[in-house]
Design a protein around this ligand. Structure first.
Ligand code: ZN
Length: 307
């Protein structure tokens, strides 16, 4: 395969340091947009061509990712939009223009969310990013045409993936791809270490239960690719994500034990969480301490409503 002095070759070195010998067969190229708010686009080699996961947030970052992918020198067979958050689909039209043969896949729930913008993410990003982001009309024009369901098998020549659909985690729909043969899970944001969870749409209890059940559900799992960080050994990433989400749950339990949350309780919990995870990356273009505070507020409101 082609080795060029790009981010892809650096990412391959990182991948190799985590991979056991059995994993050497799966070639995963990674384009990561710059910090803050770095998001990964993966290009997985198969004998049918590349399978791309996520298309960046902006047209300009999508163009950068496309340039890197073109340098690999293989056709793109498929593009998967794994989650209906803007950092994973905003650049889809740039990918469609560059790789018109590629089939585009997403879950029913993700396609619905893109079509309706029920959470208002598309409108707010369009307002902030202007010409570097699609309008709602453009998103509808480029909707994925292939629907993924939980339990589907996606086959691309010598590589096949099980589709594992997770509702109620980072987003209302999170489409993970699992290669049993390669013991590798593309987990989007369901499991990733070192990244601040985004809790606006999340059912925290359901998310934690999903993370806890993964090792049992996928007993051969060795390597996890998250959406905003480097790949990691599965046991490590799962433990880190559990600790992160459980810290939020404990803080919520403590602050809401009397059924109300005072400003002092909230500020203390946010300070504790920041101290616990000082180096976590920010996401969603929200500065980290503000995101932690918003996370806490969103989850507190969710609990108080459901009581
Ligand atoms: Zn993301």
């Amino acid at each position: 395969m082609l080795h060029l002095p790009s981010k892809f070759s650096a990412a391959l070195v990182i991948t190799a340091s985590f991979a056991s010998p059995a994993l050497a067969d799966l070639q995963v190229h990674t384009y990561s947009s710059p910090d803050p708010d770095s998001v990964n686009t993966y290009a997985i080699e198969t004998s049918d061509g590349l399978v791309v996961v996520s298309t960046q947030r902006t047209f300009s970052e999508a163009a950068n990712a496309v340039t890197r992918i073109e340098r690999i020198g293989l056709p793109v067979a498929a593009i998967v939009i794994p989650v209906p958050h803007t950092d994973h689909f905003g650049g889809l039209s740039v990918f469609r223009d560059a790789f018109p043969e590629a089939e585009v896949f997403a879950s029913t729930a993700t396609i619905r969310s893109l079509r309706t913008d029920g959470e208002g993410y598309i409108a707010s990003r369009k307002a902030a990013l202007g010409d570097d982001f699609p309008s709602q009309e453009q998103v509808i024009e480029t909707l994925p045409e292939n629907v993924l369901e939980n339990g589907d098998t996606l086959e691309f020549g010598d590589v096949s993936f099980e589709v594992i659909e997770v509702p109620n985690a980072n987003a209302p729909s999170n489409t993970m791809l699992y290669s049993e043969e390669e013991s590798t899970l593309f987990a989007v944001e369901v499991v990733e270490d070192g990244v601040t969870a985004f809790l606006r749409d999340a059912d925290l209890d359901a998310w934690i239960a999903t993370v806890e059940s993964l090792s049992e559900r996928l007993p051969g799992l060795e390597t996890i690719y998250g959406a905003h960080n480097a790949p990691a050994p599965a046991a490590y990433a799962i433990a880190q994500q559990r600790e992160h989400l459980e810290a939020y749950r404990s803080a919520l339990d403590a602050a809401l034990s009397d059924g109300v949350m005072t400003d002092i309780e909230r500020d203390q919990a946010v300070a504790d969480l920041m101290a616990h995870f000082p180096d976590h990356a920010q996401v969603a273009r929200i500065e980290q301490s503000e995101l932690v505070s918003l996370n806490f507020q969103w989850q507190a409101e969710r609990r108080l409503v459901s009581e």
